[in-house]
Design a protein. Structure first.
Length: 77
């Protein structure tokens, strides 16, 4: 905290509002900045999702499909 007499604790507060708090508000009362924050957050989440989807999925080592019961030898134990 600041020791200056005119400093307000609100000046030191984090100005970023959580997505949960914004989404819990009445939509009619959202400001342009709130709507922009929602759009930015959702676009970032969509971008992250698309990046994860584009990553190559791990493949099986031997490529065998199992049709029956699995034994411990099949698992290498």
């Amino acid at each position: 905290m600041s020791d200056s007499p005119g400093a307000s604790p609100l000046d030191e507060a984090n100005p970023v509002i959580s997505m949960q708090e914004i989404m819990s508000r009445d939509p009619e009362e959202l400001t342009r900045a709130d709507r922009d924050a929602i759009v930015r957050t959702l676009r970032a989440q969509r971008f992250q999702f698309m990046q994860e989807e584009q990553q190559e999925k791990p493949k099986r080592k031997n490529g065998k499909k199992t049709t029956g019961p699995i034994s411990l030898a099949d698992l290498g134990l």
